[in-house]
Design a protein around this ligand. Sequence first.
Ligand SMILES: C[S@@+](CC[C@H](N)C(=O)[O-])C[C@H]1O[C@@H](n2cnc3c(N)ncnc32)[C@H](O)[C@@H]1O
Length: 227
Amino acid sequence: MTEKRQQVKRIFDSISGSYDFLNHFLSAGIDYYWRYKALKMTGINKYSSVLDIASGTGDFAIAACKYKPENIFGADLSANMLKVFNSKAKWSIGKTVQMACEFLPFKNNSFTNVTVAFGVRNFYDLKTSFSNIYRIILPGGKFTILEFKLPENVFIRWVYLFYFQNILPLLGRMVSKNKEAYTYLPDSVKKFYEEINLPELLKTSGFKSIVCKSLTFGIVQVIIASK
Ligand SMILES: C[S@@+](CC[C@H](N)C(=O)[O-])C[C@H]1O[C@@H](n2cnc3c(N)ncnc32)[C@H](O)[C@@H]1O
């Protein structure tokens, strides 16, 4: 577990400078749409208090600010990702905090919404993370997950995996000069999809009314669970 924590922290600390460019370039900009859809489904408003975990360079939290929540926190394991986040965010309502989802120093029932975009597969202890998240969400509040998955259609899955396992690591390596990061990305997506049943895990963590929606041929999913 601590080995995964160290690996994930090392990877994101070292690619923070090229993360945004590669994210938008390798997804041909569709990642903006994925975040927009997930936030629209989440229904943040001026009464919301939001914690965006695994916020990285902040694209999800910054996009959430458009809905003018009462307050918003961005939390991440990697100090370097948060440094980029802070350089981008021109906000008065928010704060960033370096922390692991496995140790959330917030009181019970603190937030109406917790969001995690492309982060859950990196958590080194998913069960603890989900029960922490459940604890800090207000009754009636929502937990939104945006995460990669594998497409159901065999042909689309083949094309996707070919791109993900051959082209993406090559481009990622060339730009970021980091071999480990862009080998880790496709490996972690495949492993996570094959090993983890997110709706089931959410149920055992106490969540109910779990809604799942696939986007872009099933490459990505939005899951919204209520407390
Ligand atoms: C792929 S990035 C996603 C960033 C951002 N949410 C986005 O949509 O672009 C994953 C982030 O999760 C963070 N992370 C990984 N494990 C974590 C943990 N256990 N607790 C908090 N953050 C974690 C990493 O440091 C990294 O910044």
